[in-house]
Design a protein around this ligand. Structure first.
Ligand SMILES: [Ca+2]
Ligand SMILES: [Ca+2]
Length: 332
């Protein structure tokens, strides 16, 4: 072996290592670029799908507004006008649109217990306590709370005064918490506000949600659409009223007199307070639209509160007064 070959072999080894390193770096860069590109494509796809879904749930809202106006136009041809479970708007809709699917369901918020009625005090507090008791809230059996103390805390949360209801909580209790806050002293706008009221858990809230609504305090209960739990809270017998709801509902104003008449069989025996006739109605102004739009397995869930107003074909309006995107993990 000639002595000058040694450095050449060493040089060629260095070149090979350098080339290998360059190949490794180039491979890494290529993989990294492909990976980032794939993320960008997925991200753009998700954004496009969600933005299209957002438009789709809004179109469900527009359809619901149209359906409720059509219902009103049919209603004003009869006296009294009524809203019941046999009407067209109660039918859930599912339809394909472009590459996606839209689902929509309208429910009557006046068929549920209106928590903001607690501001009127009186019978509404007793009714709310019954509703909570029938739903076994609080769910946690070791809780120190009772349906009555939860109702008292909700009343104190709503009322403007700083006087404590029995077992109630006012600012002084909430200011001791970390972080501190004060009672709302106004009607509830979103059900999640109940989570701020000491003692109400997420599980309690999820169980309560399908049975309650947050409407102006004096809004009436529609007996044609009232849920069984709400009827029970009002001392109304679901076994008598349920079959009537299922076959077109009540359609005369005098039916409301009969419902609150203890001799006519619509009340739960020995249950008090008997609901006031003026707290009941055959029709509805406030509806809830639950809309869901899905594209490529990506969904948007939106709840909209729709308010229908007007008295003639020319002035009827259905407005969206509240819109909420649901927490994808809790559904509340
Ligand atoms: Ca109707
Ligand atoms: Ca108070």
């Amino acid at each position: 072996m000639t002595p000058y070959l040694k450095p050449r072999a060493s040089q060629s080894g260095t070149v090979i290592i350098t080339v290998l390193m360059l190949i490794a770096v180039a491979t890494y860069l290529a993989v990294e670029m492909t990976y980032r590109q794939r993320i960008d494509i997925t991200r753009t796809g998700t954004l496009l799908a969600l933005s299209q879904s957002e438009e789709n749930v809004k179109s469900a809202e527009a359809l619901a507004q149209y359906v409720l106006v059509e219902d009103f136009l049919a209603d004003i041809k009869k006296t009294p006008s009524t809203d019941d479970l046999e009407e067209q708007w109660t039918t859930p809709v599912q339809t394909a649109l472009g590459q996606g699917v839209i689902e929509g369901e309208i429910t009557d918020l006046q068929g549920r217990f209106n928590i903001n009625r607690l501001l009127l005090a009186g019978d509404s507090v007793v009714q709310f306590v019954k509703l909570l008791g029938n739903l076994h809230i609080p769910i946690d059996s070791s809780s120190s709370l009772t349906p009555a103390s939860i109702a008292a805390r909700v009343v104190d949360w709503l009322d403007e005064n700083h006087d404590l209801e029995t077992d109630g909580h006012e600012d002084q209790e909430y200011l001791l918490l970390d972080p501190a806050y004060t009672a709302a002293d106004r009607i509830l706008v979103d059900l999640s506000e109940l989570m701020l009221i000491a003692g109400i858990t997420r599980e309690d809230l999820e169980r309560l949600a399908p049975h309650v609504a947050l409407l102006p305090p004096s809004t009436k209960l529609n007996v044609n659409t009232a849920t069984d739990e709400t009827l029970k809270a009002y001392c109304l017998d679901a076994n008598t009223i349920g079959p009537i709801q299922a076959s077109g509902g009540y359609d005369k104003e005098s039916d409301l007199d009969d419902i609150v008449d203890p001799g006519k069989g619509s009340l739960i025996s020995n249950c008090t307070p008997v609901p006031a006739r003026d707290d009941l109605s055959l029709e509805t102004d406030f509806f809830l639209l639950k809309a869901k739009a899905t594209i490529d397995k990506r969904s948007i869930n939106m709840h909209s509160v729709l308010y229908r107003s007007g008295s003639t074909a020319s002035n009827v309006k259905v407005k969206v007064i509240l819109r909420k995107h649901l927490d994808p993990f809790s559904g509340v």
